[in-house]
Design a protein around this ligand. Structure first.
Ligand code: PGA
Length: 253
């Protein structure tokens, strides 16, 4: 049985005070409610330690939005797995489309694979590995091929001891921040395909790996998305920036 997970991706938003206030509001409510799913917030790296201090001892896990694929060295501006773990991170998002595609980043599958391997060989963080097709790729009926490629290339030489070691996020690029959510049927079809790939790579462990849906999830559409058999929760952007809407999505699990 896969326990659902709802993760907040705050992206490059909020101030230090705003981040602390938001996690404090979430904690207050979730401490009282004891949610039936796992909850993670991913603040900007510079606020991660302050957010982790507020979340400490609660059910809220803290994650980073990015990491570098080498343990240390002359990599100006980069942050290592150890550094993130040191300041209270237990998850890290890898391969978000805003890093794969956005001008200035262009992280390719080899780089993302190096990041996943760096995280797993260190063993302290859980990668949330993002995959997803662009609108053009969907229109050309290439969704499944793109997902197969991104899963297989991202997980080259990745051995898993347990299904809890990694989380996959299906994030169709056309749905992120656009208000154009995938239908529950589209999401389930993509998740089922990803599940098939994970089973081919990891056998029974693949059945238990959590696959999150991300892309314009709101309190209104969350419950029907999460009700799909292979949708194990969500990665939430815009709707995670307000306590009320994020809590409503957590409750929708
Ligand atoms: P969105 O972002 O919920 O604002 O569409 C999701 C994401 O980028 O993870």
């Amino acid at each position: 049985m896969r326990r659902k997970l709802v993760a907040a991706n705050w992206k490059m938003n909020l101030t230090r005070a705003g981040s602390v206030d938001l996690v404090a509001a979430l904690r207050k409510q979730l401490d009282a409610e004891a949610p039936r799913c796992d909850v993670v917030v991913c603040p900007p790296t510079v606020y991660l330690e302050a957010v982790a201090a507020v979340a400490s001892g609660s059910c809220i896990g803290v994650g980073a939005q990015n990491v570098f694929g080498e343990p240390k060295g002359a990599f100006t501006g980069e942050v290592s797995v150890e550094m993130l773990s040191d300041i209270g991170s237990s998850y890290v998002i890898i391969g978000h489309s805003e890093r794969r595609h956005t001008i200035g980043h262009h992280e390719d599958d080899a780089m993302l694979n190096a990041k996943v391997r760096a995280v797993l060989s260190d063993g302290r963080l859980v990668p949330i590995h993002c995959v997803g097709e662009t609108l053009g790729e969907r229109k050309e009926s290439r969704t499944e091929r793109v997902l197969t490629y991104q899963i297989r290339a991202g997980l080259i030489d990745v051995q898993l001891q347990s299904s809890q070691g990694i989380v996959i996020a299906y994030e169709p690029v056309w749905a992120i921040g656009t208000g154009q959510t995938a239908t529950p049927e589209q999401a389930q079809a993509a998740h089922m395909h990803i599940r098939k790939e994970l089973r081919a790579l990891y056998g029974r462990i693949g059945d238990e790996i959590r696959i999150l849906y991300g892309g314009s999830v709101t309190p209104e559409n969350a419950a029907t998305l999460f009700a799909q058999p292979d949708v194990d929760g969500g990665l939430i952007g815009g709707a995670s920036l307000k306590a009320d809407s994020f809590l409503a999505i957590v409750r929708a699990t």
